[in-house]
Design a protein around this ligand. Structure first.
Ligand code: HEC
Length: 231
């Protein structure tokens, strides 16, 4: 046999093998799985039905054998409190009326808010909150219709609602900022740009509590002293 002939024969053999893999079909219209592990990972994966392959139920023994059941509709994960206002104009108005910032204002909160603003907001709203962030200046984003000014009449609940769901061209920021972070941002924007610093700050509260403690201690000491003198 010549070398050339052998070469041709081996090519033919390869074609025949490939053809045999692709041509035959199992009952139910599925081609045999050459390496089934590649289609269905042997490691247990969440919510995978091991009897199902691309919509076909090939092995009824395994059908509906899932590693975990789907959570019941309406399930909420631990530590998560749903936000009770809908993404509608009515929800926006109601949030504005009812929601108050649950975080006590303090210098630390302001610092946190500043950091978050620098990471998530400054490129649009700008360093001074006037809507002149870098992407607006470079013409990559249309001018921001809102300027954070002392004259801006905007309830903190509405601000929170907007950061949660987005508004107009601003997208939702709830996937990347938790509730606490969103409220910190509300504090920061209001204090820094809108000159609306909450009247009672945490440091004042702490000072009041400290004063009360000192007074109580002094009184107790006085009582002890008087009693000691009396005996
Ligand atoms: C991609 C640009 C962009 C980014 C990033 C962005 N915003 Fe906005 N923001 C806008 C635009 C545009 C509006 C005006 C929405 C409207 O009224 O149509 C807006 C409006 C607002 C308002 C006014 C809401 C109201 O109810 O009228 C607040 C508050 C606000 N943004 C806060 C933030 C905060 C906080 C961040 C960062 C977490 C942020 N924005 C990030 C574009 C952006």
């Amino acid at each position: 046999m010549s070398k050339k002939y052998l070469n041709r024969l081996s090519k033919l053999a390869i074609v025949a093998v490939v053809f045999s893999f692709t041509s035959c079909k199992e009952e139910g219209g599925l081609a045999p799985e050459y390496m089934p592990d590649m289609y269905r990972s042997p490691s247990i994966e969440t919510y995978v039905d091991y009897g199902e392959l691309r919509g076909n139920y090939s092995d009824t023994n395994y059908t509906n054998k899932m590693s975990a059941r789907q959570p019941v509709k309406g399930t909420i994960h631990r530590g998560f409190l749903p936000y009770g206002y809908e993404n509608t104009p009515e929800g926006y108005a109601a949030a504005g009326e009812n929601l108050k910032n649950p975080i006590v204002f303090s210098d630390d909160i302001l610092d946190d808010g500043k950091k978050l603003y620098g990471m998530f907001c400054v490129h649009c709203h700008g360093k001074t909150g006037q809507g002149d962030g870098t992407i607006v200046q470079r013409g990559k984003f249309p001018p921001i219709p809102v300027k954070f000014l002392p004259t801006l009449d905007l309830a903190e609940g509405k601000m929170f609602h907007t950061i949660t769901y987005g508004k107009g061209l601003m997208g939702s920021h709830s996937p990347q900022l938790n509730k606490e972070e969103r409220w910190k941002l509300v504090h920061f924007i209001r204090a820094k740009f809108m000159e609306k610093v909450p009247a009672i700050t945490a440091s004042v509260e702490v000072a009041v509590v400290e004063e009360a403690i000192v007074e109580t201690v002094e009184t107790v000491e006085e009582v002890i002293q008087t009693e000691a003198n009396g005996h």
